[in-house]
Design a protein around this ligand. Structure first.
Ligand code: GLY
Length: 368
C-alpha cells in the first residue's frame, strides 16, 4: 500500500492507494465515524457495483450506511441536487464533527465536498473515488463545486477531505474509454513536472492501462504524490504552482465547449489533446524542441487518446475555439493564462500569450 500525506497543517490528511481498501473500509474509516449511521453519497451505477461490499465492510465495525443516490452524470452537480443533498444531510442529523462519505467519481466527490463545505458552515467528509480521474485528481486537494447556467465549477469552495481511499480494485469495473481518459491526468503529472515519470509511463503505460497491480499502484501513487506536493505548496492557487495542474485544460476547455461538453469528447480526452496542443504551441514559439512535442503526442496517442485535432473531427476554425476560451473561468483581469512547456517536466504559467496567435496556431493544427 502507498500512503501519501497531503500536508496542510491542521487540514492535513492521507491518501491511501492499494487494492482491497473497500473490502477493509470499516477498519480504515473507523477513526472518522462517531455514529452508527454513516451518510453515503453515490450514483446508481457505483452503488450497484460496490454498495453491498462497502455495506458489509462497514457492518464489521457496527456501522450502517444511509444512502443518498444521485443520477449518474454531470447533471448532479447542480443547485437542485445540492439543495436536495444538504436537506437530506440535515434530516440525517449530520453535525460538524461527523463525516459524510463520497463514493464515486468526480461528480459525486465535487457535489458531496461542496455540500459538506456549507453544511453547518463545514462538516467532515471522506472520499472513496471510483474512477482513475477522481483518484489522481479530483478527490485530492479540496476543490469542490457545482455547475451553473453560466458554466462548469463556477460555484464552489475549497474544502479538504479527512481521508481519501483510492482502491485500485474499482478501476477494474471502469469502461476502458473512461480509464484512458483518467490516464490523461496521470500523463499530465509527468509532462508538467516529472520527466522521469513521463519516461516511465512511456515504458509502462500499457501495463498501467492493463491494470497490472504494481504498475497501476506506482502510477496512481506517483500522480497523487505530485498533486499532494503542489496542493501543499499552493492550496488556493494563488502562486502559479497549483495552476500548473491546468496543463492542457485551456485548450481542452475550448474543445469540450465546441463538442458541447458531451460524450463526443470526455474531459480527460480534452485534457490529453490539450496537452499535445500546449506542447506543439510551446514548440512553435521556440520554447520546447519539436522532438519533445512529438513525444508528448506519441505518449497521448499510445494510450488510445486523441493526439491531433483531426482525430476528433471538428468543423470549426481557430477563432471559434479561441472564442470558447474567453468564457474559461481561468480568465484573469482580461488575460488568459496558458500552461506552456520549457521542456517535458518543466511547465510554467505564461500570461503574455496573444489569443490571435493561438487562433492562427489552431488553424494550422486543424489543417494538419
Ligand atoms: N484539478 C485541478 C486542481 O485540483 O487544482
Amino acid at each position: 500500500m502507498a500512503v501519501i500525506p497531503v500536508a496542510l497543517g491542521g487540514r492535513s490528511y492521507e491518501v491511501q492507494v492499494a487494492r482491497g481498501l473497500i473490502e477493509d473500509a470499516g477498519h480504515h474509516l473507523a477513526p472518522y465515524l462517531r455514529k452508527r449511521e454513516v451518510p453515503v453519497v453515490v450514483d446508481a451505477n457505483v452503488r450497484r457495483l460496490w454498495g453491498a461490499r462497502i455495506e458489509a465492510a462497514l457492518a464489521v465495525e457496527g456501522h450502517q450506511l444511509r444512502w443518498f443516490e444521485v443520477p449518474p452524470g454531470e447533471g448532479a452537480k447542480s443547485w437542485e441536487w445540492l439543495a436536495r443533498l444538504t436537506d437530506w444531510l440535515l434530516d440525517q442529523g449530520v453535525e460538524r464533527g461527523d463525516h459524510v462519505m463520497a463514493l464515486g467519481g468526480g461528480v459525486v466527490g465535487d457535489l458531496t465536498g461542496f455540500a459538506c463545505a456549507i453544511l453547518k458552515r463545514g462538516c467532515g467528509f471522506v472520499q472513496v473515488p471510483t474512477t482513475l480521474l477522481a483518484q489522481v485528481d479530483s478527490s485530492v486537494g479540496g476543490k469542490t463545486a457545482i455547475n451553473t447556467a453560466a458554466g462548469k465549477n463556477l460555484v464552489g469552495a475549497f474544502h479538504q477531505p479527512s481521508l481519501v481511499l483510492a482502491d485500485l480494485d474499482v478501476l477494474g469495473t471502469l469502461p476502458p474509454r473512461e480509464l484512458r481518459a483518467g490516464y490523461a491526468e496521470v500523463l499530465k503529472y509527468g509532462v508538467l513536472g516529472d520527466r522521469a515519470f513521463f519516461d516511465w509511463l512511456a515504458a509502462n503505460g500499457a501495463a498501467v492501462l492493463a491494470l497490472e497491480e504494481a504498475a497501476l499502484e506506482h502510477a496512481v501513487a506517483t500522480s497523487v504524490a505530485a498533486k499532494a506536493a503542489i496542493v501543499a505548496a499552493d492550496e488556493r492557487e494563488t502562486e502559479d504552482k497549483r495552476a500548473l495542474l491546468n496543463l492542457g485544460h485551456t485548450f481542452g476547455h475550448a474543445l469540450e465547449a465546441e463538442t458541447g461538453f458531451s460524450d463526443r469528447l470526455l474531459h480527460g480526452e480534452g485534457v490529453a489533446l490539450g496537452m499535445v496542443l500546449a506542447a506543439r504551441y510551446s514548440a512553435r514559439i521556440g520554447l520546447l524542441t519539436a522532438p519533445d512535442a512529438d513525444k508528448v503526442a506519441a505518449a497521448v496517442g499510445a494510450a488510445g487518446l486523441p493526439a491531433s485535432l483531426s482525430a476528433i473531427g471538428l468543423d470549426c476554425n481557430g477563432k471559434t475555439l479561441v472564442a470558447h476560451m474567453l468564457h474559461d473561468k481561468k480568465m484573469d483581469a482580461g488575460t488568459l493564462p496558458f500552461i506552456l512547456l520549457h521542456a517535458i517536466g518543466e511547465a510554467f504559467v505564461s500570461r503574455d500569450v496573444a489569443l490571435a496567435d493561438i487562433a492562427a496556431f489552431l488553424d494550422e493544427e486543424l489543417a494538419r
